[in-house]
Design a protein around this ligand. Structure first.
Ligand SMILES: [Zn+2]
Ligand SMILES: [Zn+2]
Length: 216
């Protein structure tokens, strides 16, 4: 099985995407389509962890395609995990007709411990959604659309004592909880934190100087 994150709409299709401004060709450089087993699967099963924010972003996209909600939760900043609406994530992942991923830009270093990934997550949508309201269900009339986003990530030490839900063996608990790894900073989760408090990522810096820059 080809990894979901390796699928990219071809140029013909991509040119019909509503957001014309940044349909790029440079991202087509890597023609080798990695298999799921050689790409995101090891991250999903917990046998390895993403080394870069781009890998994490790709694996999160693949998790959306495969409706792996525990993985999506586990790769969000631990301080935000309890606040995620897991049912909404599951519904959205299931209902979306995913069509591919394009990494537009990966900025591996934004300050000391942050990174950003600009991407387009493609999906098929009904051309005329309002027709549904009239009871007219037209099959096969879909257009390609894209979520074009700039996501922020933080490299943080997971100090939680609970095991990551996707871990396979229980042997390496101590090591696992000390691991420094990349987490997604979810801008839709509002945290009740003042600008001067220590940052939620555990860096020891003030929130406003750390993750607060990417969450406000
Ligand atoms: Zn992948
Ligand atoms: Zn932080």
């Amino acid at each position: 099985m080809k990894c979901p994150c390796q699928v990219m709409p071809n140029n013909n299709t991509a040119s019909s995407v509503t957001d014309h401004s940044s349909v790029t060709n440079h991202a087509v450089t890597d023609h080798t389509m990695k298999s799921y087993a050689n790409c995101c699967q090891p991250f999903h099963t917990g046998s390895s962890i993403p080394q870069t924010a781009e890998q994490l972003m790709r694996s999160r996209y693949s998790a959306f395609v495969l409706v792996d909600v525990p993985y999506i939760v586990a790769t969000t900043l631990p301080a935000q995990q309890a606040l995620l609406d897991k049912q909404a994530i599951a519904d959205w992942a299931k209902q979306t007709d995913w069509a591919g991923l394009e990494i537009v830009k990966h900025t591996p270093k934004v300050g000391k411990r942050h990174a950003q990934v600009e991407f387009k997550a493609f999906f098929h949508a009904d051309e005329q959604q309002d027709k549904h309201a009239q009871g007219e269900l037209e099959q096969g009339k879909t257009i390609l659309q894209a979520h074009h986003e700039l996501s922020s990530f933080v490299k943080a030490t997971n100090k939680l004592s609970d095991k990551p839900s996707n871990k396979l063996d229980g042997k390496s608990d101590n090591q696992q909880t000390q691991l420094t790894q990349w987490y997604f900073l979810d801008p839709t989760v509002s945290l009740n934190i003042s600008q001067k408090q220590p940052c939620i990522c555990g860096s020891g810096e003030k929130y406003k100087r750390c993750c607060g820059r990417f969450l406000d």
